[in-house]
Design a protein around this ligand. Structure first.
Ligand code: IMP
Length: 182
């Protein structure tokens, strides 16, 4: 882990994963996924909005034929989970009988993912797997579904950047940083 500080509109954040670290981990995951889906034509589902950069880099790191779709749910206000998850945008494609990979930015309590998994399973895909860049400790209790591809396991800290936001801000930071109020 790096300890660089970044000045973003004069707010210093501590770096957890630099852009370089993320690119090399995403490349590894991409090769692993390509190997697992060889000869198949999976649908990769981006969980908006936080998943955009991971999804964009991961899909380019998977040298097989894939189709892309997008889904959006909401469960958070500020740094606290509201406990309620609602679907804001559904998939556009018909995924019945298809191999589907959900691409998430982060799993915290696992409630959002649990909701999305059950929603997508109701559409009868042939297979369903999950890739999440980050996985916070304790998340597996609530998900109740194996997460096959994980970039890194982290603690309970709140993180921003590379798609992750605090109240809509900081998504475009090039790496993942620890959020602090100062
Ligand atoms: P969960 O339902 O508690 O697993 O929360 C999942 C969603 O909450 C993620 O898809 C993120 O959008 C958001 N989230 C959870 N932890 C963080 C964080 O540390 N930073 C930014 N967003 C987070």
């Amino acid at each position: 882990m790096k300890n660089d500080a970044l000045n973003y509109n004069n707010i210093p954040f501590q770096a957890l994963f630099s852009e370089e670290m993320i690119f090399s981990r995403v490349k590894e995951l991409g090769l692993q996924i390509a190997n697992d889906y060889q000869g198949k034509n999976p649908v990769f589902v981006c969980v908006l909005r936080g998943g955009i950069y991971f999804f964009s880099d991961l899909t380019k790191a998977v040298p097989i034929l894939v189709e892309l779709d997008f889904i959006q749910a909401r469960s958070y206000l500020g740094t606290e989970s509201t406990g309620n998850v609602e679907l804001i945008k559904d998939l556009d494609s018909d995924i019945e009988g298809r191999d589907v990979l959900i691409v998430e930015d982060i799993v915290d309590t696992g409630r959002t993912l649990k909701f999305l998994i059950s929603h997508i399973l109701s559409k009868k895909p042939k297979s369903l797997e999950v890739a999440s860049l980050l996985f916070k400790e304790g998340g597996e209790e609530d998900v109740g579904y194996p997460i096959k591809y994980i970039g890194w396991n982290i603690g309970k800290e709140f993180v921003i950047g590379y798609g992750l936001d605090y109240d809509g801000k900081f998504r475009n930071l090039p790496g993942v940083f620890l959020y602090s109020e100062e």
